[in-house]
Design a binder for this molecule. Structure first.
Ligand code: MG
Length: 452
């Protein structure tokens, strides 16, 4: 059987692998597995959103599900709608998240708003590829209605979770770059509601993404870095296309790596109460240092936000997230939430009364090196086995791929879930050492390929 779902839903280039036929089939399969009942439907700002969302809706209704169309909104806003309203069977979001302009995708959510477990994705794949979706008879086909209130509900939820008075009293200036994505509809308004002076960049929803590509990485954020400097903003923030991620820029216009904002927000969450932080095996050791300093601990998972969220749910964690700007606040909801991350960053700055660059400078320094070695997908299992054998006698963690710990750093090698390659993550206190560990990882993969 072939897979539909990657690490974060179904993705493809529109008109090639992401077509209305696929969306219709996925809608039918999702409706068969989640239904009968009502399913929420939302989308980001991509041009193909209406085309694909209507196809998904038709599929859902064909399987007998009623559809409530939430329109354009951030993924976490739909997740919050599901969690808060209750009584729905799940949701579908038509989004390709951070992928380039030509992509679109489909994320499926459960009744609590969490991204599906792998077992549930497999059930949908079985219906999709098995070609046996439920077909409702004429008298029981689903209906569709709109609800334009999801964003308001979501904003109110975020505002109820932060100290608004403390934030308002600081009168902070924030430069916000939603990148023409779904975050346009939330974050500028959230900032305004919290008394900030808001400077918007690429702030109009536009699926041609005229401002920048949707992924909030340094090479796409040159405009934001300059804007923060020129306007003397207290910080800048950028989202990906569906605004479940938030990436920050300090008041000097310096890009703050996602692991550093994650560590700052983790420290704020754990302060005075400790607790558990959940993060993938690939995240910086900085997080362990911060958790330890607050009497907390870190639980590591396989790579992928849905797994982090599930683990948080099961372990009653205090905080969690990934190094790419995906941050999860369990008191709010069990999913990555870009706007909530912004609100919590404002709260942190308001409480500390110090600039973001200073807070970040107080964090321990680690250097992360990433890389990859091509390995055909059908040889992944054999190469992984070979890596385990080659690492014998070392301190090894087997949460996802192979993570080899050295006294002064670590290297993680793991097969990509979506591409024919093994990814390498190496971290140490110095660049030279991180470089050396990354090279060691690459050498081990090549040796494992030779022996496989
Ligand atoms: Mg996203």
């Amino acid at each position: 059987m072939t897979r539909l779902f990657g690490t974060n839903g179904i993705r493809g280039v529109v008109g090639k692998d992401m077509t209305p036929d696929l969306a219709l089939g996925v809608g039918k399969a999702v409706g068969t597995v989640l239904g009968p009942g009502t399913v929420a439907l939302g989308r980001d700002t991509r041009l193909s959103g209406p085309l694909l969302a209507r196809a998904v809706a038709s599929g859902l209704m064909s399987a007998g599900c009623d559809v409530v169309d939430l329109g354009v909104l951030p993924t976490p806003a739909e997740q919050y709608y599901l969690a808060k309203k209750g009584g729905l069977k799940g949701g579908v979001v038509v989004t390709a998240s951070h992928n380039p302009r030509e992509f679109n995708g489909i994320k499926v959510l459960d009744a609590a708003g969490m991204e599906l477990r792998r077992e549930d994705e497999e059930a949908i794949e079985a219906v999709y590829f098995g070609g046996r979706p439920k077909v409702a008879e004429w008298s029981s086909v689903g209906s569709i209605r709109s609800d334009g209130g999801a964003i308001e509900l979501y904003l109110a939820g975020i505002l109820s979770r932060v100290d608004g008075d403390a934030i308002r009293s600081r009168g902070l200036t924030v430069a916000v770059d939603p990148g023409n994505g779904a975050g346009c509809l939330v974050t500028p308004y959230l900032l305004a509601a919290l008394g900030c002076r808001v400077i918007s960049l690429h702030g109009q929803p536009d699926g041609t993404f005229p401002g920048r590509p949707p992924e909030p990485v340094p090479e796409h954020l040159g405009d934001l870095l300059r804007l923060v400097r020129e306007t003397h903003a207290d910080f800048g923030v950028a989202h990906d296309g569906d605004a479940d991620r938030a990436i920050f820029v300090d008041e000097r216009g310096t890009f703050l790596q996602g692991d550093r904002s994650l560590a700052l927000l983790a420290g704020a969450a754990l302060r005075g109460r400790g607790g558990t932080v959940v993060t993938p095996v690939s995240t910086s050791s900085m997080l362990d240092d911060v958790a330890r300093a607050h009497g907390g601990k870190v639980v590591r998972t396989k790579v992928g936000a849905p797994i982090v969220a599930r683990t948080m749910f099961q372990t009653g964690a205090t905080f969690g997230g990934e190094e790419n700007g995906g941050v999860i606040f369990p008191e709010h909801q069990f999913c990555r939430d870009g706007a909530m991350a912004v609100a919590k960053m404002l709260e942190l700055l308001a409480r500390e009364g110090r600039p973001l660059s200073e807070l970040a400078a107080a964090l321990p320094t680690y250097v992360l090196r990433k890389g990859g070695v091509e390995v055909p997908a059908d040889r992944h299992a054999a190469v992984l086995e070979g890596l385990v054998r080659l690492a014998e006698g070392r301190t090894v963690e087997r949460i996802d791929g192979v993570k080899i710990h050295a006294p002064d750093g670590w290297v993680l090698v793991r097969p990509s879930g979506t591409e024919p390659l093994f990814r390498i993550y190496a971290e140490a206190r110095t660049e030279a050492r991180a470089e050396a560990l990354a090279k060691e990882g690459a050498d081990l993969i090549r040796e494992a390929i030779r022996r496989a």
